[in-house]
Write a protein that binds this ligand. Structure first.
Ligand code: FS2
Ligand code: SF4
Length: 547
């Protein structure tokens, strides 16, 4: 195996024996081979699309496959073997359609290779894995594009589950994936990287529309972080449609539902607040699950990535359920919903009834729900506070949390920020400071949480609105600094989206991606002012000195 797609890549180079995330080499190899077959499908369907015969079924095969390979999404060997078999079958059907359309089938290996067993699938990864591209700059750009596409695919899947889709997004996803099989010059790959960012904005806007049209605009909310006395289910990941189905089925059964990690923002949506079984948020960011799932006592539902494979001795091993693109060997996988129906969560609800209520680990409330609509309603006092100097600067600290010690930086950074600054956040990075007593500025909280990682889109919309209100020409003239923490590939698409929107001087940490070659990193530094982090005191001084 060789994998360097996330921030935990071993030694800052890449994982070669086993992932720090828990991914075993067999699963890593199968993921490489699945990606290879998805490239073949993308080539064929792009050909069909060009003659107006694109197959819509390809959309889901590709976005779901890409999503399954995101860090911490799916650790299930068998699930990947099945996915590859299905993908090969689907690819061959597309080949038939390409031939029937009178088009030539190219000679890329992803169009012709075939095999039937898991062993053969694994063996193929040696030829088609990341290192098969020998030029390190080309490899770096191609992988940057692919990781952006993985994030895009995840967001597209959530929107799709809410019946929001845009064929242009799927078309781009496949066109770009197909192009990664070609010998393209570096400047074209850079162009494709930036274009990926454009579609990143589009997909986040699509998901925003899907979420808000289904569940209302998030509103300022106090979320309980203590516990009640009922047995309960903990729901993690990002999929709001799964959240809805679970709440509907749990309501009135005596079983409560708590959110974990990236599902916390579900508590901000008016439609979800109507359910009395929604009891609040339990615990912190994804990486704390080993302790928090023990004390939760009830079953846990993973709707997407955010899985940490449990230790052998973990007591919660038999309480894990997965659904959608997520998977874990030994966990119970809840199948997709049938057209017009809900997913069937009855097994997990029945399981919960036999469990003890959660053990309290915290008490109190946290405040969130500052997505763009809510912020616009509060725009007047915010703009006034900027004009009077009560707010000196905003710090976008969106992104990811993770288990590396070096991430203590973000807690320290937030705690040390001067009291006339406000943190704008989205994603699980917030858990580093959303429980700190940072206070408010004239009633405006010093931590403004827009929601999940994809709600970084909300922060961009707010920035663009402020630019308009202050009559500025450039979003970079606003008193906003960007100190973003990244972990996995959704953060990659968020970053590319921000670059597309013209945001400059983003600081990225706790380390720069291992997949950026020195030359590619140089391009990002020179053209976009991307930088790393040092220590909180030095960085705060630097940010405050910037215009
Ligand atoms: Fe947390 Fe980062 Fe959200 Fe992940 S915000 S680790 O991209 O999908 O979650
Ligand atoms: Fe390593 Fe990250 Fe890849 Fe897991 S996802 S194998 S931790 S680089």
């Amino acid at each position: 195996m060789f994998c360097y797609q996330c921030q935990e890549a071993a030694k800052g180079i890449g994982c070669t024996i086993k992932g720090a995330c828990g991914k075993t080499s067999d699963v890593a190899n199968l993921q490489d081979t699945l990606l290879f077959v998805l490239k073949g499908i993308s080539i064929l369907n792009t050909q069909l699309k060009e003659v107006g015969q694109g197959d819509k079924a390809a959309n889901k095969v590709v976005f779901d496959g890409l999503f399954a390979t995101i860090t911490n999404a799916n650790f299930d060997h068998t699930a990947f073997v099945i996915r590859i078999k299905k993908a090969l079958k689907f690819r061959d059907e597309l080949k038939g359609k390409v031939a029937a359309a009178g088009l030539l089938i190219g000679d890329h290996d992803s169009l012709h290779w075939t095999a039937a067993s898991g062993e053969e699938f694994e063996a193929k990864s040696k030829e088609v894995g990341i290192l098969s591209e020998v030029n390190e700059d080309v490899r770096s750009l191609k992988e940057l594009i692919i990781y952006g596409l993985k994030g895009l695919a995840a967001y597209a899947e959530h929107a799709y589950n809410l019946k929001h889709e845009k064929q242009e997004i799927f078309d781009f996803m496949m066109e770009a994936l197909a192009k990664t099989t070609q010998d393209l010059p570096v400047n074209e790959l850079i162009g494709l990287t930036l274009e990926t960012g454009k579609f990143g904005v589009d997909v986040m806007a699509l998901l925003d529309a899907a979420n808000t049209s289904a569940y209302g605009n998030p509103e300022v909310s106090k979320v309980n972080i203590g516990v009640r006395n009922n047995p309960a289910i903990l729901i993690s990941g990002h999929d709001l449609r799964d959240m809805e189905d679970l709440l509907k089925q749990a309501e009135g059964t005596g079983v409560d539902v708590y959110t974990h990690s990236e599902m916390l923002p579900a508590n901000y949506y008016p439609e979800f607040k109507k359910y009395s079984c929604l009891a609040g948020n339990y615990g912190n960011a994804w990486w704390k699950q080993k302790e928090e799932f023990e004390s939760f006592n009830g079953p846990i539902l993973f709707t997407t990535n955010c899985i940490v494979p449990p230790m052998e001795k973990a007591t919660y091993k038999d309480r894990i359920y997965t659904t959608g693109a997520s998977g874990l060997t030994g966990a119970i996988h809840i199948p997709d919903r049938k057209e017009g129906e809900m997913k069937d969560f009855s097994a997990i609800i029945e399981h919960a009834k036999k469990c003890a209520a959660p053990t309290q680990i915290e008490e109190g409330e946290i405040v969130g729900g500052f997505a763009h609509n809510q912020v616009f309603e509060l725009a007047e006092p915010i703009v006034e506070a900027v004009k009077t100097g009560a707010i000196r600067k905003f710090f976008v600290m969106a992104g990811c949390d993770g288990r590396m010690m070096s991430r203590d930086y973000y807690e320290e950074f937030a705690a040390k920020l001067p009291k006339d600054t406000v943190i704008l956040t989205a994603g699980c990075a917030k858990y580093r400071y959303n429980k700190l007593p940072l206070g408010d500025i004239g009633g405006i909280p010093r931590v403004i949480d827009a929601g999940q990682c994809n709600d970084s889109y909300s922060l961009a919309v707010v920035a663009l609105k402020l630019k308009e209100i202050f009559g500025l020409d450039d979003v970079n003239e606003l008193p906003i600094a960007y100190n973003i923490a990244w972990y996995e590939q959704k953060a990659v698409i968020v970053l590319l989206a921000l670059l597309h929107l013209g945001v400059k001087n983003i600081h990225l940490g706790p380390t720069l991606p291992a997949f950026l070659s020195p030359n590619v990193a140089k391009v990002l530094v020179e053209n976009f002012g991307i930088a790393g982090i040092t220590n909180p005191d030095k960085d705060i001084k630097l940010f405050l000195e910037e215009a």
